[in-house]
Design a protein around this ligand. Structure first.
Ligand code: SAH
Length: 239
């Protein structure tokens, strides 16, 4: 991909990248487009979609709101690396943990980190329900997740991983407000409080995006997250 084009598209959205960062995104794009043909890692129809819907969407919130001083980030259900890897490229000092259930996607992420020569990236292959009951419980200063599950499910997976005083960023589409209502009870029981919402539209079609930022103010109740599959099967819906 053309790193200059990526750089100017990012600048037009208020995201300032240097030459090295734009080059890393270009390499990321090439690798993803090539590997996607073999393994179907994510849905992308072309380069423009990749730039806006994946790279810019991943970095926008961090570029405008900063990252709350956290030195580490866990990206839950990272898939082909979103939003965790573009955020790491944007903030190279960050320690990045990629949590992903699929082995095939972890293999892609490992290859990607190697090609981009990223330092301090760690791979956790497994389920958030399990890691959130064990070594990952109340462990991370900052957790992100995009396109993993509705918020009432996602909050149960993500908030137990966040350390007290840390943050969870849920990347959401136009249904963010509704999802937030449905998730009120599980958010509270997992110790989260809504702190801020970042709303924006993605060029070129103006797709509506919201990042809901939660602060972890208390420990999650012991019973959360429930066993693998239960948060999805029996979400604690409020409405
Ligand atoms: N965040 C990426 C990928 C979204 S697809 C993006 O925005 O493009 C959702 C990903 O989450 C899949 O790769 C799936 O394997 C992973 N996933 C879903 N539930 C999970 C869980 N409970 N624990 C870990 N990974 C999970």
């Amino acid at each position: 991909m053309d790193s200059y084009k990526i750089r100017s598209a990012a600048h037009a959205s208020g995201i300032r990248l240097d030459a090295e960062q734009s080059e890393q995104l270009a390499i990321y794009g090439d690798l993803l487009l090539a590997e996607n043909k073999k393994y179907n890692l994510t849905r992308i129809s072309g380069e423009e979609e990749l730039v806006y819907e994946h790279f810019i969407d991943s970095c926008y919130g961090v570029a405008i709101a900063g990252r709350s001083g956290a030195a580490e980030l866990l990206d839950l259900g990272s898939g082909a690396g979103f939003p965790g890897v573009p955020i790491k490229i944007f903030c190279p000092q960050l320690k990045l943990y990629l949590l992903e259930a699929s082995r095939k996607k972890i293999a892609f992420l490992q290859l990607l980190a190697q090609k981009l020569a990223l330092k301090e990236v760690f791979f956790l292959q497994g389920r958030a329900e399990e890691i959130g009951r064990r070594e990952g419980r109340e462990a991370y200063a900052w957790v992100t997740a995009r396109a993993v599950a509705p918020l009432m499910v996602l909050a149960e997976l993500a908030l137990p991983l966040v350390r007290r005083g840390g943050y969870f960023w849920a990347f959401k589409g136009p249904a963010a407000g509704l999802e937030l209502k449905e998730a009120e009870e599980i958010i509270a029981r997992c110790g989260g409080v809504l702190l801020e919402e970042i709303s924006y539209r993605l060029p070129p079609r103006g797709r509506e995006r919201h990042i809901l930022i939660f602060e972890k103010v208390e420990e999650a109740e012991d019973r959360f997250p429930r066993r693998v599959g239960i948060p999805q099967k029996r979400p604690l819906r409020k409405l």
